[in-house]
Design a protein around this ligand. Structure first.
Ligand code: ADE
Length: 223
């Protein structure tokens, strides 16, 4: 999968993709993430990418032209399956959306700043608008990092068996059951007997029961 990200602060995105699972995905050649500085696509002397909004009001708006230049220049190299704009008024990200996007080949993500991007970009280029939750971030970069992480770890071959995404919370609309590791007892706090029984059938039943219970208690809306 190839993901291109257009941003006015690409430095914010240099670190999240250089560690752990996403680093492995990149090393294995399963994921390519390219950062593009919007300023490089400004035709103005001062490399301006934002301007005052028509109609007045506080806050700048990211201009049409540099964004069009960036998008169209990338489109000469790649055909995108989705052009995604990260914005608090988009569809709220969930596991189903991450699963669907992980099956795509090429994605372009646009990170907004200030008051957002000129609406004409949304009308004419953007195919999907994603929010990572009902709160406002200072820019779309951290949201893009969350989205790339949620997609990248689902790519076939990225996770090994022990960390398989199949057992994640939300994968079957249930939260994950509790987990334990050594020692079996710490300060008198014991690991549930069933997990030490070696009876895989019983263990699976227990995990499912616990997942249901946890979901019922914390997220009944998922059931
Ligand atoms: N940009 C600012 N806030 C955001 C949010 N909650 N989700 C996605 N992009 C954003």
């Amino acid at each position: 999968m190839r993901i291109d990200i257009i941003s006015v602060m690409p430095e914010l995105l240099e670190s999240p993709f250089s560690h752990s699972i996403l680093k492995r995905a990149k090393t294995k050649g399963l994921l390519e993430v390219n950062l593009h500085h919007l300023r490089d696509y400004s035709t103005q002397k001062q490399k301006q990418v934002d301007d005052y909004q028509f109609g007045g009001g506080a806050g700048m708006v990211m201009m049409v032209e540099p964004l069009v230049n960036a998008i169209e220049s990338l489109q000469k190299e790649v055909t995108y399956d989705e052009i995604i704009y990260l914005t608090p008024d988009g569809k709220t990200l969930n596991q189903r959306i991450a699963n669907t996007l992980s099956l795509k080949g090429n994605l372009l993500m646009i990170c907004g700043h200030y008051k957002g991007i000129d609406e004409r970009i949304r009308e004419h280029y953007v195919t999907l608008e994603i929010s990572i939750g009902d709160y406002v971030l200072s820019g779309g970069e951290l949201a893009a990092a969350v989205l790339v992480d949620s997609i990248g770890r689902l790519l076939p071959g990225v996770l090994n068996d022990e960390t398989s995404a199949l057992f994640d919370s939300f994968q079957d609309d249930l939260l994950a059951p509790p987990v334990y590791t050594r020692p079996e007892e710490f300060r008198g706090w014991k690991v549930p007997e069933v997990l030490l029984s070696g009876d895989h059938r019983k263990i699976e039943d227990w995990r499912h029961e616990q997942a249901l219970k946890r979901t019922q208690e914390r997220r009944p809306d998922l059931l």
